[in-house]
Design a protein around this ligand. Structure first.
Ligand code: ATP
Length: 207
């Protein structure tokens, strides 16, 4: 019976496609708990003491400031100089986030959530999608994405494009997805989210 394990759905998509906007509909309209993986990753590097110890082993004591805060500029400079260290860092952070998000999911299901949603920009790139029961990809035309992010973050077109280059081509995400949301400003977002919500509920009744 599902209520014991619950469906773990994931939501991803390129920068500026509207993942956060879509998640807020799932949350506010349908009451679905959303795990924002990128935000949790930023917290866990200090809150998860085992992870912090592993990071120090990899990058040295300087990875943390004397007050225990994560020394992000230092870490950024090390991984810039030694790109192979980024893969090693991710190999520590991603499993820690996976473990934390799995516990988070179980707690929410035990508390009565219909299912949970995990949002991450790099859900496919990190391999985390493999642990999910249902993957949603949000997509939008590139010109619209660029415009939206330029406005939201007050950055240039070149800066948005640079961020986009760190992400896998959309097609590689879409081929792994069970559902696609077209956030093109034309198709009704609410109707698409409602339809997917119903699909996940139906799936959870079969599971
Ligand atoms: P990132 O990958 O950078 O976190 P994201 O995929 O979470 O981005 P959002 O932050 O949800 O994207 O959306 C980007 C911007 O576009 C936001 O300012 C949001 O308010 C706006 N936006 C998203 N969808 C729509 C829409 N359908 N109509 C109008 N504005 C939208």
């Amino acid at each position: 019976m599902t209520s014991r394990t619950g469906i773990r759905a994931g939501i991803t998509g390129g920068i500026g496609t509207g993942k956060t906007t879509v998640c807020s509909i799932f949350h506010e309209v349908f009451g679905i708990p959303v795990y924002y993986a990128d935000e949790w990753a930023r917290r866990l590097v200090t809150e998860d003491k085992l992870l912090a110890t592993e990071i120090i082993k990899l990058l040295g004591e300087q990875a943390y400031l004397p007050d225990g805060a994560y020394n992000r500029p230092y870490v950024a400079s090390v991984v810039f100089d030694y790109p192979e260290k980024l893969a090693s860092l991710n190999a520590l952070v991603h499993p820690a986030v996976e473990k934390h998000s799995m516990n988070w999911h179980r707690e929410h299901i035990a508390a009565g959530a219909l299912y949970t949603l995990k949002e991450a920009a790099l859900l496919v790139e990190s391999g985390a999608w493999k642990h999910l029961d249902f993957l949603i990809v949000v997509t939008a035309p590139e010109t619209l994405r660029i415009e939206r992010v330029m406005q939201r973050d007050h950055i240039s077109k070149a800066q948005v494009r640079a961020r986009m280059r760190n992400q896998l081509p959309e097609v590689e995400k879409i081929e792994k997805a069970q559902a696609i949301i077209q956030n093109d400003g034309i198709r009704d977002l609410m109707a698409q989210v409602t339809d997917i919500h119903k699909q996940i509920i139906a799936l959870s009744q079969k599971k």
